[in-house]
Design a protein around this ligand. Structure first.
Ligand code: PLP
Length: 419
């Protein structure tokens, strides 16, 4: 029977792909718990990208010479891998430079196409990363549509109840994160889809896609955006998936280059999907590298990635809950995965993060995590003098329970230093 647990041999092989994990920081082994910001990169993917750059690189789609056609084949292969990965069609996969660009693309294109009109409502949640909040809020001021929110409770949790309540807004568009980068909560995408049957559903997959397999057809998602760099892939490459019929109605976000069909001094017509949306020279090696990354992740098996991250998340949450001086944000249940945000009473998160790095070799993130409005909600529910920021520990496939033990030991010692 197929096991969903990584064997010791498989895990050792994974570790061998990340030489940084053998590094020492001030005499301590590096424990990398900043995966929600960006993950490490596998050696084999970098080697394949190097070979691509050294031996097969050229601009794509334009010239007829051998290098150009090899690079084009690799680039289009990468698109096909992404499409299969999501259960989409090739023409529904557009390369972007990341999640932020994907959402900006959508807001602008939806407005320009007349799909999002003045007085329409866009529904987002109160736990969104700025990438899925700032573009909507800012452009609502310029174009006159409204932005409403699915409310979070004082722990930053989105409940089914709050989703139900938001039905009263009758939104044209619902744009929500698949997983919060602050509370770690996995959003109930199926329930949201079910609750807003007639709305265009956009999912910010930045935190979700790295450790959860998403079938866009099964979930009936209209648009999905994510970044390569949070799933072991190169920086500067991302994906926007869109349903074909919607993409066909969308005006491009950017113009120029290969996105055209015919150009005269007076008018332009556009290329077919997906090229219509890829203006200018793309991050060719980045897209190719993302394809290699998907090969890498699939060679491990997404079921094993999911279960490894799930087990570690449970352990991290349980161990943190044993520390009575730690305040944890987000849900205390199975929906809390891959990362935990917390504070030590009386110690600023920047100090915690700094000492964890300096004294224990543990890399975490501290700050508002590009979610300032959510910080104001967490502040209301906090029992400590909330510093408008948190420490965040985030996990991925190369982490172990021992990494978590080192973090916990570090937190205990930091607490001792400050009392
Ligand atoms: C939930 C979420 N959305 C969007 C983003 C933005 O991603 P990027 O900076 O790769 O565009 C992030 C990054 O941390 C995120 O966590």
């Amino acid at each position: 029977m197929h096991s969903t647990v990584l064997s010791d041999e498989e895990f050792c092989k994974i570790l061998g792909e990340f030489p940084a994990l053998k590094r020492e920081i001030n005499g301590k082994r590096l424990v990398y718990l900043d995966n929600a910001a960006s993950t490490l990169k596998p050696k084999s993917v970098i080697e394949k990208m190097t070979d691509f750059y050294l031996n097969h690189y050229s601009n794509i789609h334009r010239a007829v010479h051998t290098l150009a056609s090899e690079a084009t084949v690799e680039y289009e292969n990468a698109r096909e891998k992404v499409a299969k990965f999501l259960n989409a069609n090739n023409e529904e996969v557009i390369f972007t430079n990341g999640t932020t660009m994907g959402i900006n693309f959508l807001v602008n294109s939806l407005v320009k196409s007349g799909i999002l009109k003045p007085d329409d409502t866009v529904l987002i949640s109160q736990v969104e990363h700025h990438a899925n909040l700032v573009p909507w809020v800012r452009l609502s001021k310029l174009y006159g549509f409204k932005v409403n929110y699915i409310e979070a409770d004082e722990k930053g949790v989105i409940t089914h109840d709050s989703i139900e309540k938001a039905k009263r807004y009758v939104p044209k568009i619902v744009s929500v994160t698949g997983q919060s980068n602050v509370t770690g909560q996995l959003m109930p995408i199926e329930f949201i889809r079910e609750s807003f049957k007639d709305s265009i559903l956009i999912i910010d997959g930045a935190q979700l896609i790295p450790h959860k397999k998403i079938d866009v057809k099964k979930l009936n998602i209209d648009f999905l955006v994510f970044s390569g760099h949070k799933m072991l892939g190169p920086t500067g490459i991302g994906v926007l998936y869109g349903k074909k019929d919607l993409l066909e109605k969308l005006e491009p976000f950017m113009y120029g280059g290969e996105m055209i069909d015919k150009v005269t001094f007076d008018d332009v017509s556009f290329n077919i999907l997906p090229y219509k949306f890829e203006a200018g020279t793309q991050h060719i090696a980045g897209a190719v590298g993302l394809g290699y990354t998907i090969d890498f992740l699939e060679s491990i098996g997404y079921d094993k990635i999911e279960s490894h991250v799930k087990d570690l998340s449970k352990y991290l949450l349980e161990e943190l809950m044993k520390l009575d001086f730690v305040e944890i944000y987000g849900p205390i249940d199975d929906s809390h995965q891959s990362l935990v945000s917390f504070n030590i009473d009386g110690v600023h998160p920047h100090d915690v993060s700094h000492i964890l790095d300096e004294n224990f070799g543990v890399a975490t993130r501290s700050g508002h995590h590009c979610a300032q409005p959510l910080m104001s909600i967490l502040s209301k529910g906090s029992k400590i003098d909330f510093p408008n920021s948190t420490v965040r520990a985030s996990l991925y496939i190369y982490n172990t329970k021992e990494d978590i033990d080192i973090l916990i030991q570090g937190l205990k010692e930091i607490r001792r230093m400050f009392i």
